[in-house]
Design a protein around this ligand. Structure first.
Ligand SMILES: C[S@@+](CC[C@H](N)C(=O)[O-])C[C@H]1O[C@@H](n2cnc3c(N)ncnc32)[C@H](O)[C@@H]1O
Length: 249
């Protein structure tokens, strides 16, 4: 997957693209990323790319012309077109289903807005997919782009090792993840659930599945309502109670 990010603040990405799972993916060439600065496409010598809003009001608006040139330059010389995304609080919500859809794309361009946002005519002209990371307003699209890139890149083939597979993650099967425990067996006055020490893989799988179902029902009734429970899942919930803290004796 090739990613291009249009941003005034490429430095904000420097740690992000060099560390952890995402950094490893870029180092191992499982994905590529590059940055374009709209100021390089400004119409004037000062690199100005914003102006006051028509109709008045506070703040500045990023201009369509330089952004359009920048986006056009991004796909110049590429045999395949780029799928253009504008990170925007007015966009469709970024959910796992959107990540799955985007993971099919080979080339993705992400436009990070600043100020009051971008001139609406750019969005129409480039037929941009507007994506929001949540119902709140950031000061710029860069953190939103990082959220999207992280969620996308971590599930590209070969990025996560065997021990970090995405298969069990929250939302992958429409359910929240089960609770996790590690050594020691007793900590903070609580014991690890006995079943996880049993070595019986079938029982452990069943327990984990039941806990995923319970967690989803309890924490995200909206998600739970969308699931059609199989007979097996219904039985698991009847048979295996929701996890509750087992105190240390
Ligand atoms: C200060 S915001 C502009 C907010 C805009 N005036 C509004 O109220 O919808 C500047 C930029 O941050 C980014 N941004 C802010 N909140 C976002 C969110 N929830 N999701 C994605 N991008 C966001 C967008 O790129 C936006 O152009």
């Amino acid at each position: 997957m090739n990613l291009k990010v249009v941003t005034l603040f490429a430095n904000m990405f420097s740690a992000f693209i060099n560390e952890g799972v995402v950094g490893r993916a870029f180092q191992n060439h499982l994905a590529s990323i590059s940055f374009l600065n709209p100021r390089d496409y400004a119409d004037n010598a000062y690199g100005q790319i914003d102006d006051r809003p028509y109709g008045g009001g506070p703040g500045m608006v990023m201009q369509a012309g330089p952004l359009n040139q920048c986006i056009e330059a991004a796909s110049k010389g590429c045999s395949e077109t780029y799928y253009n995304i504008y990170l925007s609080p007015r966009g469709r919500l970024l959910e796992q289903q959107v990540i799955d859809e985007l993971s099919e794309k080979k080339n993705i361009l992400l436009l990070c807005g600043r100020y009051e946002g971008v001139d609406e005519r750019l969005i129409a002209h480039q037929q941009m997919d507007e994506i929001s990371i949540g119902d709140y307003v950031l000061s710029g699209g860069e953190p939103a782009a990082m959220v999207l890139i992280d969620a996308l890149v971590r599930q590209l083939p070969g990025v996560l090792g065997h021990t970090e597979s995405v298969g069990q993650d929250s939302f992958i099967a429409g359910l929240l993840d089960c609770p996790h425990f590690t050594r020691p067996e007793c900590v903070l006055g609580q014991k690890v659930p006995k079943v996880l020490l049993s070595g019986d893989h079938q029982r452990i799988d069943n327990w984990r599945q039941a806990q995923s179902l319970w967690a989803t029902k309890r924490r995200r009734p909206d998600l739970f309502a969308k699931i059609e429970l199989s007979a097996e899942q219904q039985q698991l919930m009847q048979r295996i109670p929701e996890y509750s803290v087992a105190p240390e004796e």
